[in-house]
Design a protein around this ligand. Structure first.
Ligand SMILES: NC(=O)c1ccc[n+]([C@@H]2O[C@H](COP(=O)([O-])OP(=O)(O)OC[C@H]3O[C@@H](n4cnc5c(N)ncnc54)[C@H](O)[C@@H]3O)[C@@H](O)[C@H]2O)c1
Ligand SMILES: O=C(O)C(=O)C[C@@H](O)[C@H](O)[C@H](O)COP(=O)(O)O
Ligand SMILES: [Zn+2]
Length: 343
């Protein structure tokens, strides 16, 4: 497992970690927004970083072209296996940077500095890296654990509410995978009045939940499939929304996927209906709707590409209760369509 450092001064932590490293051995990847954090972040490192790839923002740039730009910087500037790639940004940057680092010269060192809520509780941890290909989410990728993850919640002060709620959807997933008390705390959170300290407590909790699962099954042979709850349908909705030119954020699509997959869980595994309704109400209140019913064939076709599938059909992780999961359920198309109609 990577080592995760919680701090309120990511710059200081980076300076300590990079102390003694030749400055020509440090490389940075950020996007057009997060590059603005870099001067401040690296000010204690004694020199201003010069080897920086600045990617265009957003999911549509989670592509092989972006990876190629990072590889090109590394190659042209003579990066070595022992060099370090520091990824500063949200999940798009950490997924792309992590992939580039894991493949450059068959693997160089990598440090993540996640700057969105979603990246702090999920994307920067656990070693899934990759990019979208052929209209499919994370179709190409590796498992490669970063050396360090530096979590500084001060970055979140700049985060737009919509991005914050996107990350919050992954936390709701963590609540469903762990225990009722955590889930209820999340569903009752007063977002406007939450302090940074309280948010940090929740982030730590989500990080622990993800970490425990990844440590037991780093390469998704079994148990880790639970972290994909909500994503079989969520990823299909996210890809559809991109295809249609009205992209949902990852967490927004996952929120809709959670509702649909909870419905499947109620029908197939007896998941308590009142908790399903509570989560559904929360999602309807806090996330944008997306019309799905004219696109059920496209959505199902997208689900047929899910990485969990081991035979023809669509493989779902389902829940029989909070923290009680059942892996490898192949639901009928009719039931999946019924679940989509509940979203
Ligand atoms: N590898 C994994 O395990 C894993 C887990 C969950 C999600 N993901 C992936 O993560 C991606 C989504 O990540 P995301 O939600 O972080 O999106 P993102 O990386 O696109 O960032 C969202 C936006 O916020 C901006 N931003 C970043 N930090 C900011 C800050 N502190 N203040 C203001 N703006 C800021 C970014 O520039 C971008 O415009 C998806 O591609 C998803 O598939 C991966
Ligand atoms: O860490 C995991 O495992 C997850 O599934 C976390 C998800 O939130 C994340 O979106 C992940 O990137 C999805 O992976 P994929 O294998 O379905 O592409
Ligand atoms: Zn996710």
């Amino acid at each position: 497992m990577e080592s995760i450092i919680f701090t309120t001064d990511a710059g200081m932590v980076l300076a300590e970690l990079l102390d003694g490293t030749q400055h020509e051995d440090i490389f940075i990847v950020a996007d057009k927004h997060t590059v603005l954090f870099c001067d401040r972040l690296f000010e204690k490192v004694d020199w201003l970083p010069s080897h920086v790839t600045v990617l265009d923002c957003g999911e549509e740039n989670k592509s092989v072209e972006s990876v190629s730009r990072i590889w090109m910087m590394l190659s042209k500037q003579g990066a070595r296996r022992s060099s370090i790639l520091v990824c500063v940004g949200g999940g798009v940057v950490t997924d792309l940077g992590g992939f580039a680092a894991s493949t450059f010269k068959r693997g160089m060192r990598c440090i993540n500095v996640p700057t969105t809520l979603l990246a702090q509780v999920d994307a920067s941890l656990g070693g899934k890296t990759g990019f979208n290909f052929n209209g499919l989410k994370n179709e190409i990728g590796t498992f490669s654990i970063p050396e360090k993850v530096i979590i500084d919640t001060r970055f979140l002060n700049h985060l737009p509410v919509r991005e914050r709620m996107s990350g919050f959807a992954e936390m709701i997933k963590h609540g469903l995978l762990s225990n009722r008390e955590y889930l209820i705390r999340l569903l009752n959170l007063e977002h406007q009045e939450t302090t940074q300290e309280y948010m940090l407590e929740l982030i730590r909790r989500s990080v622990t939940i993800k970490n425990e699962i990844v440590t037991r099954d780093p390469r998704e042979q079994g148990l880790r499939k639970v972290l994909n709850f909500g994503h079989t349908i969520g990823h299909a909705i996210e890809s559809l929304s991109i295809m249609q030119g009205s992209p949902l954020l990852h967490g927004e699509a996952v929120a809709l996927g959670l509702v649909a997959e909870l419905y499947l869980s109620v029908k197939e595994k007896g998941f308590p209906e009142e908790i399903y309704r509570e989560v559904r109400n929360f999602v309807k209140q806090h996330y944008p709707p997306y019309p799905l019913m004219n696109h059920v064939d496209t959505l199902y076709e997208l689900m047929l590409h899910d990485k969990k599938n081991e035979r023809w059909g669509v493989n779902f992780t389902l829940l029989s209760g909070i923290g009680e999961f059942s892996l490898d359920n192949y639901c009928s198309k009719d039931l999946v369509v019924e679940a989509l109609s509940q979203v």
